[in-house]
Design a protein around this ligand. Structure first.
Ligand code: BG6
Length: 492
């Protein structure tokens, strides 16, 4: 069966920050893809907004370039791109002042009864400014939805302030907080794997699962984002959102249905059950690192401080955490989380290791029996591998071998893997909140993160240095090896 296109009613999407990085790298290409797939109705409009005094034509040129860069010159559907550009409009607005709002209101007036999506692809400081303005200028109809990206705040207090302000203008059901990891194909596959198969659920608990590892490794450094990144660090940038969301999907109880609040209620329970990490145990359960100059496959790369242009910074570019969920299903099962920049390869995966067999019936000559592992690979090479023990084929007696049942999605289905934003943007238009974070989830995640940040600050120590192109500081290896386990390595 080929990919399905679910029809939607005509809508308007207003992209604030229309010429910025997120809009050009992700949103415009995603909307183009949905358009050429036939999902965007003829009358739908995409209205770009930013401070620049551009015309419709100039915005269309920006979009054309963005699509070419994302899709690749030779793969662009030229007629499709032309049609797509015809639905693009541009209004220069100074969001903090008066200029441009009346013009925007006039355009939106023409589609007053439609679903209206206000996508804030701007700096986070503008979220509350724009939300207030939308309210004040009476641009929020019953059908108006607000989309915000992470970071929502930099700690619990500031996240609450953002949520309070946007919540004073928009009802919670109309606020879509994006965590783009939830839009990734394999993340949703995790839900399919768990809840559409009878096989795993009986084993999905501390009785049969030894440990879980979640790794999100990147080879890139902080690129041009050093100024933002230095105020965030890996814990805020990756763990508070993406990694905790992945952990939630591994750990949640079976929701009543796939409907948004059923899933989000269960995720919230997991977040609230995370055992606190604070000054008493942060030294034993967390590791921070910062890369120095080194080399990745592409060649030599500078260290974080050189990229930042500063002599000192205590910002972590790597973090490893041993987390635990205090409930009946997961008591005693460590969840090892690890993420970092300038690591040797780009790989994101979830590894569920089962407990060893209780007793071996084989002779020593059969070799050791390795534990079963379920490896869910998010990127690259999306797929699922289930590592099993089998008999080594051929004559020569009983020798055991650990091999994967391997399902690579690209090889098995041969379909284009849509970018997370394609799915997420259309979910907003459809009004489906399942893959978005509710206010209480974001705040529960900060409630767990804040004491870790405080413990680090209070320790008076900085992150450990690691050479770019290695798997982080050696203490990250010790964190797991102390427990008699190792980080999963595909080549093992
Ligand atoms: C973003 C972070 O949320 O996710 C970046 O701010 C990170 O620092 C990026 O590079 C990773 O996303 P992906 O989809 O490339 O794994």
């Amino acid at each position: 069966m080929g990919p399905q296109v679910i029809a939607v009613e005509p809508f308007d999407i207003v992209v604030f920050g229309a010429s910025g990085d997120l809009a050009t790298r992700k949103l415009l290409p995603a909307l183009y893809q949905r358009d050429v797939a036939g999902q965007i109705p003829e009358q739908a409009r995409i209205i770009g907004v930013s401070r620049r005094p551009n015309s419709n034509e100039e915005f269309r040129a920006v979009a054309r370039e963005a699509v070419h860069a994302s899709v690749g010159e030779e793969k662009v559907d030229r007629a499709g791109l032309k049609r797509f550009c015809e639905r693009l409009f541009y209004v220069p607005v100074d969001v903090g002042a008066d200029k441009g709002w009346a013009e925007l209101a006039a355009i939106l007036q023409e589609g007053e009864d439609r679903v209206r999506v206000c996508y804030l692809a701007t700096a986070p400081e503008l979220f509350t400014v724009i939300a207030r303005q939308l309210g004040k200028r009476k641009l929020v109809t019953e059908q108006t939805r607000l989309v915000v990206e992470k970071p929502i705040g930099k700690d619990l207090k500031s996240a609450r302030e953002v949520n309070d302000t946007i919540g004073s203008v928009f009802a919670e059901r109309n606020i879509y907080r994006i965590d783009h990891y939830l839009g990734k194909e394999t993340v949703q596959n995790l839900m399919a794997l768990r809840f559409a198969n009878a096989l795993f659920e009986p084993l999905w608990n501390s009785r049969y699962i030894d440990s879980v590892q979640i790794t999100v490794a990147e080879t890139i450094g902080v690129e041009g984002r050093a100024a933002y990144y230095d105020t965030a660090g890996a814990l805020r940038d990756m763990v508070q959102n993406h990694m905790l969301q992945l952990l939630c999907l591994v750990a949640i109880e079976t929701p009543r249905s796939i409907e948004a609040d059923s899933v989000r209620d269960e995720k919230l329970k997991v977040l609230r059950a995370l055992k606190p990490i604070n000054e008493a145990n942060a030294g034993a359960l967390t590791v921070r690192g910062q890369y120095r100059a080194g080399a990745i496959a592409e060649g030599a790369v500078p260290g974080y401080l050189e990229e930042l242009g500063s002599k000192t910074s205590h910002t972590e570019t790597f973090v490893a955490i041993k987390a635990e969920i205090g409930n009946w299903r997961w008591a005693g099962v460590p969840f090892y989380l690890r993420t970092g920049k300038r690591l040797p390869s780009r790989v994101s995966e979830i590894v569920v290791t089962f407990r060893p067999v209780p007793h071996s019936v084989f002779d020593a000559s059969a070799g050791p029996i390795a534990s079963n592992r379920l490896v869910i690979r998010l990127q690259p090479d999306e797929g699922v591998k289930l590592w099993l023990m089998i008999k080594d084929p051929g004559p020569g007696g009983m020798r055991l071998r650990h091999v994967p049942l391997d399902m690579s999605f690209a090889a098995s289905f041969g379909v284009r893997n849509p970018d997370a934003y394609e799915r997420l943007v259309m979910d907003v238009v459809r009004g489906n909140q399942t893959l978005f974070m509710r206010r209480d989830e974001v705040e529960a995640a900060w409630t767990w993160i804040d004491p870790i940040l405080e413990a680090w600050q209070g320790s008076g120590e900085g992150p450990k240095s690691y050479t770019a192109g290695t798997w982080g500081p050696s203490s990250a290896i010790a964190l797991i090896e102390r427990d008699g386990r190792t980080w999963h390595d595909e080549d093992d």
